[in-house]
Design a protein around this ligand. Structure first.
Ligand code: SF4
Length: 260
């Protein structure tokens, strides 16, 4: 009986101590981990070269002043982030394409010796100029670059319909160049995200086979940004679209890795 009382008295104290120690342990761990943002997002340009029907960019493209962040501003931001302990940056913008930024090769050149270890971004790959390819081909081993190509419409007709520009074959050629660069460069990885908007059965299968043939990893996403629900309401005409960005409705994702 006496022993039981001692045990009962001890239990709350032990539980309290255990909780206190564990709480502090995890809090300290989380504090350390999240002291610095894991990834810093920087938008280097507000220029895009596509006119996707599911995006607000084509609606405002003619009304905005096109600007690129200067190298001085860019390096200043990156240096501050590195000083805080930051290691990864992303230049995926809200509305624009990172490869439409004429200063990107220079930014990469700067990043190589900045202390940043990883640069990642999404692109439509419409622009993939020689200067950019040279910058990627000479990355060295201090900076890793991860490029994800976003693709909507898996044959020429539906690509034109969704992306609003006649660049299907052109981007396919750029994909081959990117795949080649990635294969011969350990610091560069690339993949494709196929966004399936219209259940494009046959063309999707053919495009997946094509990606496999050029050794490009891919995933298929079934979902889209509704821009506040207006995408569904106005179908493929954005003229009445509100400025409100909606939630991303991601239904499911399929992964396809190339067989090496
Ligand atoms: S590529 Fe991106 S920013 Fe450009 S129009 Fe399409 S969705 Fe908008």
């Amino acid at each position: 009986m006496k022993n039981t009382i001692v045990k009962l008295r001890k239990k709350p104290i032990q539980t309290f101590l255990k909780r206190f120690v564990l709480k502090n342990f995890y809090l300290n761990k989380a504090e350390k981990k999240y002291q610095v943002p894991e990834v810093l997002y920087i938008e280097g340009t507000n220029l895009c070269n596509a006119k996707c029907v599911f995006c607000y960019y084509p609606v405002i493209a003619d009304t905005i002043v096109k600007k690129h962040m200067t190298i001085d501003q860019f390096s200043n931001i990156v240096n501050q982030f590195v000083k805080m302990g930051g290691k990864k940056i992303s230049i995926t913008p809200t509305m624009s394409d990172p490869l439409a930024d004429p200063l990107l090769p220079e930014r990469i050149e700067f990043l190589k010796t900045s202390g940043i270890q990883m640069l990642s971004f999404y692109t439509n790959l419409i622009s993939f100029k020689q200067k950019m390819r040279e910058a990627l081909n000479s990355l060295g081993d201090t900076l890793k670059v991860k490029i994800n190509v976003s693709f909507t419409g898996f044959d020429q007709k539906s690509y034109n319909k969704f992306m609003g520009v006649d660049k299907f074959e052109f981007v396919k050629k750029n994909l081959e160049k990117l795949s080649e660069s990635s294969r011969s460069n350990n610091s560069l990885t690339s993949s494709v995200t196929m966004r399936d908007y219209d259940d494009s059965g046959k063309s999707k299968t053919e495009f997946l086979q094509y990606l496999k043939s050029i050794n490009m990893s891919s995933k298929v996403e079934y979902g889209f940004d509704t821009w506040g629900g207006c995408w569904k309401i106005i179908s493929l005409n954005l003229s009445n679209c509100q400025l409100k960005k909606g939630l991303k409705e991601l239904v499911h994702v399929e992964f396809h890795l190339p067989s090496h």
